[in-house]
Every structure is written in C-alpha cells, then in structure tokens.
Design a protein around this ligand. Structure first.
Ligand SMILES: Cc1cc2nc3c(=O)[nH]c(=O)nc-3n(C[C@H](O)[C@H](O)[C@H](O)COP(=O)(O)O)c2cc1C
Length: 169
C-alpha cells in the first residue's frame, strides 16, 4: 500500500467489533505515535490506553455515544502545554504536536486494518476527572481502536482548486 492509498483508506469508523486488539498491533500503533515529530522535539505528550470494560464505559460519560465505549480499546492523547515549544509571538504548539502524534497512530492503525475515529467533542472536564489527569496535563483527543464493524463513509473533501495557492494567496 502506498502512502496515498493509506491516507485514502483511513476513515472515521463509528462501529466496532468486540474482538480485542492484538497486543503487538497496539504496540505498533503506540510506537507510531512516539515516533511523531514535534516542535523543537519537545514531545509534550502522554498516551493513555483504556481497555478494561468498566473504564471504557466510564470514559464514555465524557463522550456519550454507544459505539465509543464498545470499542475494545480507546486511546487518549494528552498534552502538557508547559513542556511544549512556544513561538516568539506566544503561540504554543502543543496542539499541533499532539495532533501529529494522534495522526501517526490513526494512520498506523489503518495500515494494520484497524479502525479509529478522532474524537474532539468530548467533555474535557469529565475526561480529566475520569482519567485522573494531573495538573498541567490536558486531554487533547481520543480515538476508539478496534476492528471495524461499520463501513466507512464515502470521503468528502474540498476540490484542490478551492484550497491550493501557488506563490502567494
Ligand atoms: C480534530 C478532530 C476532531 C474530531 N472530533 C470528532 C468527534 O468528536 N466525533 C466524531 O464522530 N468525529 C470526529 N472527528 C472526525 C471527523 O468528523 C472526520 O475526520 C471528518 O468528517 C472526515 O471524515 P473521515 O475521517 O472519515 O475522512 C474529528 C476529526 C478531527 C480531525
């Protein structure tokens, strides 16, 4: 599979089989996240794997969708703004770094035939409490991880001409 084929294959999966994710596959997905680039190589992230059913159902309170808690695993990317690179105008790159790590993991999962779905619309306060996050650590994004039990939706993307500029805007 070429990279473009992989990018086309990855899509948001909102239905999962109960079958567990093989341990070595999970390790590969996590390694893909660990290898992600980050501004000034600060790596301001932590990954939490939630697999036990009671813990998944508890975390579902922060994102109340049935299919979310039913996935055999949920990955949570947490970030530490205080450890991230900050540009001279004050912009903190922590979300960019965390998003790249998450994207590496979702692409690696797709390569293995596993489904994922970026989740940003969770209740951050509930997620913090449920996950027991220490001060200074923020939940950035989550994804269920497992074998797809639902077909991917057809891709819907803007046309290249709408988004591409050469030389300047
Ligand atoms: C930062 C981010 C947050 C997202 N949050 C959610 C979410 O909370 N719930 C959800 O069902 N999908 C969520 N998605 C998935 C998008 O809806 C999805 O990526 C988009 O519609 C394109 O579809 P595709 O991923 O199948 O290509 C999110 C995606 C991104 C990148």
């Amino acid at each position: 599979m070429t990279f473009l084929e992989l990018a086309a294959k990855r899509s948001s999966i909102r239905g999962y089989k109960p079958d567990p994710v093989p341990e070595d596959w999970l390790a590969k997905v996590l390694e893909a996240g660990r290898l992600a680039p980050s501004a000034a190589n600060k790596q301001p992230w932590h990954f939490i794997v939630v697999r036990e059913e009671p813990a998944r159902l508890k975390l579902q309170q922060a994102y109340p969708r049935d299919w979310f808690g039913k996935a055999p695993a949920i990955l949570v990317v947490c970030v530490e703004p205080g450890k991230a690179w900050v540009r001279q105008d004050g912009k903190n790159y922590v979300s960019v770094d965390g998003a790249i790590a998450m994207d590496h993991m979702t692409l690696c999962a797709a390569d293995l035939g596993l489904g994922t779905c970026w989740i940003g619309a969770f209740d951050p306060k509930k997620a913090r409490d449920i996950l027991g996050l220490p001060e200074g650590i923020e939940p950035l994004a989550m994804t269920p991880l497992g074998f797809p039990d639902a077909p991917p939706r057809p891709k819907s993307r803007k046309e290249t001409a709408e988004i591409l500029h050469y030389e300047r805007w």
